[in-house]
Write a protein that binds this ligand. Sequence first.
Ligand SMILES: [Zn+2]
Ligand SMILES: [Zn+2]
Length: 372
Amino acid sequence: MSAIAQYSFDPTPGSRASAAGGAGGTWEERWHPLREEWVIIAAHRNERPWTGDTVSRQAAEPLPHYVADCYLCPGNARVHGDRNPQYDGIFVFDNDLPCVAADAPVALPPPTGVFRNRAARGRARVVCYSPLHSTTLAELSVDQIRALLECWQEQYRELGALPEVNHVLIFENKGKVVGVSNPHPHGQIYATNFVFKTIAVEVDAAARYWRDHRRVLFEDIVAGEKADGRRIIAENDSAISFVPYFARYAYETYVAPKQSHPSIAELSASELTDLAGVLKDILVRYDNLWQLSFPYVLVLHQAPTDGTTAEGFHFHIEFHPPLRSPNLLKYLAGPEIGGGSFLSDTSPEQKAAELRTQPTAHYKLAAEAPAP
Ligand SMILES: [Zn+2]
Ligand SMILES: [Zn+2]
C-alpha cells in the first residue's frame, strides 16, 4: 500500500461531485439537539484505507528527505491531479477532499421531525510546515516555527473574513496513534460555518467571568499557575507554557501569550517570537521524554469570526497527547465517551515535573553535538 493510500485525509479515487451526491455519499452538517452541537457528516471520505495498527514500537530508522509518492512533498502530484510547487518554506493548499467546502452540496434531503441539517460550508486547508519529509515541527528552528505562526496569522485573517466562515480551527494531528500515517510535517485548518463546541464553551465561560469579575479568566488561570509554580514548564517575557491544574491528559500542556488577545492575528512581532520560543521548548521536551517523536493533537483556541465580541477570550494553544507511557494509550471509554467527563489516572504535578527535567536540546541533535 502506498504512503498516499494510508494518509489520513486521503481521498478515494473518483470525482468529488459523484462522491458527494451518490448513495452513501452523505455530506452535510446535522444538529445534535441533546449536546447542542453540530456534527459534520462527511461520508464521501469514508473509504479512506487505514491499516489500523495500534501503538507499535517503530524502528527509529531515519526517513528520507523526499518521498516520490508522498503527496505533500514538493513537486509531487496530488490526488486530483494538482501538482505541488517546488516550495522551500511553508506551503498551504486547499484540502483535496475537504470536510467543509465552498461547493458543498446545498440541495439536501430534508430530514424528518425534530432533525435539522444544513450545507457543510467553509474551507479546509492543509499547511505543510517544511519541504523536508524527514523533519517534524519539534525539529524546526525557532525562526521556522515563527514563520509558521505568521502563516497561521494570515490564514486566520483571510479565512475569518469570509462571510460564511464563523470560526477558524487550526490544528495538527501528529502520529499514527492519532490517525496520521504520513509523517510529512503538516497541520490542517477547518474554517467552518459553525463554532466548534469546545470553543463555544470556552467563549461562554470567558464572557461570564468577564461580566462577573471584569477580569480575563485565562489570565487568572496563568496567575494561579504562577502562584503555585510546580506545573510551569517554560516562560519568557511574553509567553508561557504549563500543564494546567485541571489537565485531562497525562502530558497535556497549554502554550500562550501572557497578554490577552482574541486570536493569534493580534500578536505583535515580539510576542510572536516569544511564543515560537516557548512552543519550540515544549515540543523538544516532548520528544526528549522517551526519545521518540511524540504524538499529539495540537490545537489553536481562537475567538470565533462570527462578528461577536468574545469578551475576555484569551488565545492559547493546547496540546492533547494520547500517550501515558511509550506503549500505553489513554483510551477514551465509559467516563469520557459515555459520560462526557474525563477521568485522569495521573497527577498533573508529577507529569509537569517530568517535563521540567527534560533537556531543551533535541535528543537527535544532542546525539550529534560535540561534547562541551
Ligand atoms: Zn513528504
Ligand atoms: Zn482552550
